[in-house]
Design a protein around this ligand. Sequence first.
Ligand code: CAA
Length: 379
Amino acid sequence: MDFQLAEEQLALIETARRFARQEIAPKAQDFDRSGEFPRDLIRRAWEIGLMNEMIPQAYGGLGLGLLESCLITEELSWGCAGMTTSIMVTNLGLMPVMVAGTEEQKRRWLTPFTMEFRIAAFCLTEPGSGSDVAGMQLQVSKHNGSYILNGTKRFITNGGVADVHTVFGTLDRTRQHRGICAFVVDAHSKGVRPGKKEDKMGQRASNTAEVVFEDCEVPADQMLGREGEGFKVAMQTLDRSRPSIAALAVGLGQRALDEAVAYSKERKQFNTPISEFEGIQFMLADMGKDLHAARLLTWHAAQLIDRGQEAGLYSSYAKCFATDAAMRATTDAVQIFGGYGYMKDYPVEKLMRDAKLMQIYEGTNQIQRVVIARRLLGR
Ligand code: CAA
């Protein structure tokens, strides 16, 4: 086992790091306050090759692996997790096409993302169906060889700003997960409209909104997989995307650690830098060791996926562990900053708010434990 990254991977890290520090981080606080969507910044990420990096070369993309994608995500997240979520969710939105699309569907839906700046969204969650994917209600009916979608998707990252949606609905609710179908839909199609934009606690630079489908007619050649295969397409997508959330958490946690180390050396109490106190040192040590373990879990899961091996268990290990570690690291960073940490003038309260969402989206950490336990129990 070799943890040494290749020259190209180190160069990728360097590009992403420079972009995060020079262009993302200086603007993070403003976008956090305004809740505005940083379209120009995201476009810039696309221009320098830090977006959609996993689109295969056959369709005009860079064809990088999930490991490389995670390396980029970690660096960008150091600058701002909200903006990075917006950037990486286009990967998630396109993943069902990569997982289940035909050659023709891949060529039609992936290639445009390599030629011009575009955004995608993954429309799975509904008002009444979050963890329980099989309980979704978005109705799919058949009409003249097409499918008609009716229903509302909620908490959709990039909702309202995306050009393409991958969307899941049910042809027959009585069939539970076996009734679910997946589609790829142009967001500007008739019958698709953005709903309410959410006013979030953290990750405020990412757009989270409802997406409403009203008699939206989708041609049959936009179904991904066959009728009833949508649930598995969603699960296979999440297996491949959860390491990215882990990478996001590692980057954010690393920022918390870096801020806490710098502040603890500068802040004096009892005529001594607080970094000299064991109580502070133990918190820093825990952050460092947990984040390192989280990074290795992330790399391992990503590498298994890149090798085409079964990785659902390891994706859930990484997502759950890394996001819990980031939550602890950011909470401890606020503690180390003391009263200042609680104030919006300092960077760490934003990190803590941003971290919380990571324990919730792409499957709550309780759901990750369900996935893990089922695998361990052989179910
Ligand atoms: N790969 C392939 N097949 C899978 C699978 C996987 N990972 N997991 C389950 N399946 C199959 C099962 O083998 C089973 O197959 P059969 O038809 O042969 O029986 C079928 O799918 C049903 O599986 P389960 O019985 O395990 O299904 P369940 O209803 O108990 O649900 C769950 C399982 C893990 C709880 C699932 O519903 C889940 O992952 N929930 C969380 C949803 C989630 O992560 N949402 C995130 C939204 S996206 C987001 O947040 C993005 C963002 O904003 C950034």
